[in-house]
Design a protein around this ligand. Structure first.
Ligand code: NAX
Length: 331
């Protein structure tokens, strides 16, 4: 069996981590042959709760779990990790807008960027889940200049999974049979869930989802708004934000980044190079493929006038968020 790898989860006493830790420690992310040593970071007042999580992990008797380090010290938490799940942040509550969260959370990611820069491996792969995820990932990267910016990503996989599931239900096929759904832009209500390239396997043949559904109003209207507002719908129903599905999406994202996608497209927030007219130097969600641990933006897709408007709107929001975040960091 391989030597254990060190993996950090921040916000380890929180609700997403409660589902995520089991997935990592049971082999769902790094594979069934890869032991993991878990570093669990949370804030000092949560150390008692975190102790309970550590007890439960022990009680799971997981063969791949080589050890656990609970800590409130970012430098201890980030030391020598190959993968970082940055989940810890203040969650959005019912009726709260993302902008309210930005100031509070951006400071956390500035500090964590600085700590990563100091003690993490230079090849660490960082996934930011804590909101506003795209802008937090950008700030984290900016404060960790010794780590390549390609190593900082933000999670839009939950949005992709939500979109895929909506289309599968609409077309009437299992979710695994829907492919090439794209989330563009920000993980926020301006995100653009784009089904124009999506295909579904129906009766053994791949068909265009747009042609099968044949309802432009659904594709540009109901589908888009349902995915954009799904997080708010879960909060309204559960009185808490998405956790089980968020943890699953984080696992999917990191697994695909480490183990590759083949020719499957997945959506990831990555530092924009200006592809598809997106603003450069913001963390923008694109369709990517991954091989040998490196993601690559899928190129050559046609952008309709409708898509152009949607991409521009979400890009504009990211540029504004970036400016707000940089102003907060100056204080
Ligand atoms: P919880 O409030 O249950 O847990 C957050 C944990 O983070 C708490 O234990 C808290 O003490 C800890 N924390 C706060 N500051 C910290 C710091 N400086 N260092 C380490 N830990 C710290 O929230 P949860 O439901 O787990 O959500 C976590 C984050 O994920 C939130 O920001 C939430 O908005 C975000 N989400 C992002 C999603 C995405 O698709 N990108 C979807 C789900 C979720 O809404």
């Amino acid at each position: 069996m391989a030597a254990p790898i060190k993996v950090v989860v921040t916000g380890a006493a929180g609700q997403i981590a409660y589902s995520l830790l089991y997935q990592i420690a049971s082999g769902a992310v790094f594979g069934p042959e890869q032991p993991v040593y878990l570093h669990l970071l949370d804030i000092a007042p949560m150390m008692g709760v975190l102790e309970g999580v550590v007890m439960e992990l022990a009680d799971c008797a997981l063969p791949l779990l080589a050890g656990v380090l609970p800590t409130a010290n970012p430098e201890e938490a980030f030391k020598d990790v190959v993968a970082a799940f940055l989940v810890g942040a203040m969650p959005r509550r019912e009726g709260m807008e993302r902008k309210d969260l930005l100031a509070a959370n951006v400071r956390i990611f500035k500090e964590q960027g600085q700590a990563l820069d100091k003690v993490a491996r230079k090849d660490v792969k960082v996934l930011v889940v804590g909101n506003p995820a795209n802008t937090n990932a950008l700030i984290c990267s900016k404060y960790a200049p010794s780590i390549p910016k390609e190593n900082f990503t933000a999670m839009t996989r939950l949005d992709q999974n939500r979109a895929q599931s909506q289309l599968a239900a609409k077309v009437g096929v299992p979710v695994k049979d829907v492919k090439r759904v794209i989330i563009w832009g920000n993980h926020s209500s301006t995100q653009f869930p784009d089904a124009s390239n999506a295909v579904a396997t129906i009766g053994g043949a791949e068909k265009s989802v747009a042609q099968v559904i044949n309802d432009d109003e659904y594709m540009k209207g109901t589908f888009v708004t349902t995915v954009q507002k799904r997080g708010a719908a879960v909060i309204a129903a559960r009185k808490m934000s998405s956790a089980l599905s968020a943890a699953k999406a984080a696992s999917d994202h990191m697994r695909d980044w480490f183990l590759g996608t083949g020719d499957r497209w997945v959506s990831m927030g990555v530092v924009s190079d200006g592809s598809y007219g997106a603003p450069p130097d913001v963390v923008f969600s694109f369709p990517v493929t991954v091989s040998n641990g490196q993601w690559k933006i899928v190129q050559g897709l046609t952008i309709s006038d409708f898509a152009r408007q949607m991409l521009d709107a979400t890009g504009k929001e990211l540029v504004e968020e970036k400016q707000e975040a940089l102003d907060v960091c100056k204080d």
